[in-house]
Design a protein around this ligand. Structure first.
Ligand SMILES: NC(=O)c1ccc[n+]([C@@H]2O[C@H](COP(=O)([O-])OP(=O)(O)OC[C@H]3O[C@@H](n4cnc5c(N)ncnc54)[C@H](O)[C@@H]3O)[C@@H](O)[C@H]2O)c1
Length: 254
């Protein structure tokens, strides 16, 4: 079950965290994995790790917010069966504490970045026998999370983008779903704790762990396992849905 043998999978942000775990698992299941990453060195490290285990992977340095760069990379790859829109950046702030520059940056990467890869990938996906798109949303799309104004809005856009794309490409056989994780322990989380709560790292880490009723953060490998299911042919009846993976965050808090 869950073989990706012979499939070409494109994963954005595969140099770190959730995208790295997805890239490693998809390659282990037989896919040719193409990592599209701003941090080309990190993408190369993931590729080396995959190749050590006899997997097939390729690193492409690219800023997903730049449409020309994205189109160039897809033109070089020349085919796609699976697109995982995972690259994203975090931001802390409320409406009146989010600068215009930060607002634009979050939307350029998290929203326009996903549109850019869709724009580039869909002509190739239309030629695939079992095409599938998976977007990385967040529980922030549907639950009010304090101090995450721009980030939550960007993930709400990913949620809506998933439904829109799922409907528009039904006739082309392209399935499209999203995953909404609660807190997952990745460099993304460590990075924003270090940046925003210097000196209180341990306390904030414990608080963020407890905000999941299950009492801990998720692991990138747990999200990757759900991603594998949603991109494998075994989930062929699933499209136009969002899947929380949240330690009970949405339904069991309170
Ligand atoms: N970690 C969490 O708690 C959590 C929770 C919910 C949703 N998510 C979402 O999951 C996704 C992955 O998160 P993560 O925690 O693994 O993050 P991460 O920071 O560990 O990895 C994200 C990767 O995306 C890359 N990236 C950033 N901007 C890019 C750009 N412009 N072009 C190409 N690549 C770019 C980074 O270089 C990095 O390697 C994000 O979309 C995030 O919003 C994460």
């Amino acid at each position: 079950m869950f073989s990706l043998e012979g499939k070409i999978a494109i994963v954005t942000g595969g140099g770190s965290g959730i995208g790295k775990a997805i890239s490693i698992l998809f390659a282990r299941q037989g896919a040719d994995v193409h990592i599209i990453e701003l941090n080309a060195d990190a993408a190369e490290e993931t590729v080396i790790e995959i190749q050590k285990n006899n997997g097939k992977a390729y690193a492409h340095g690219c800023d997903v917010s730049n449409q020309n760069q994205v189109l160039d990379i897809f033109y070089q790859i020349g085919a796609a069966d699976i697109l995982v829109n995972n690259a994203g950046i975090a931001h802390i702030g409320k409406a009146d504490t989010t600068s215009e520059e930060d607002f634009d940056k979050v939307f350029a990467v998290n929203v326009k970045g996903a549109y850019n890869t869709l724009f580039a990938a869909i002509p190739f996906l239309k030629k695939s026998e079992s095409p599938v798109i998976l977007n990385m949303a967040s529980i922030a799309a549907v639950v009010g999370i304090a101090d995450r104004f721009a980030y939550s809005m960007s993930k709400g856009a990913i949620y809506a983008m998933t439904m829109s794309v799922a409907r528009d490409y039904l006739e082309d056989g392209i399935r499209c779903n999203s995953i909404s994780p609660a807190r997952v322990h990745t460099p993304f989380v460590d990075g924003f704790i270090a940046k925003n709560y210097a000196g209180q790292e341990e306390e904030v880490f414990a608080r963020l762990s407890q905000s999941q009723p299950i009492g801990r953060m998720g692991k990138p490998e747990e999200v990757a396992a759900l991603a594998l299911y949603l991109c494998a042919e075994e989930s062929g009846f699933i499209t136009g849905n969002d899947y929380p993976i949240d330690g009970g965050f949405i339904k069991l808090n309170n």
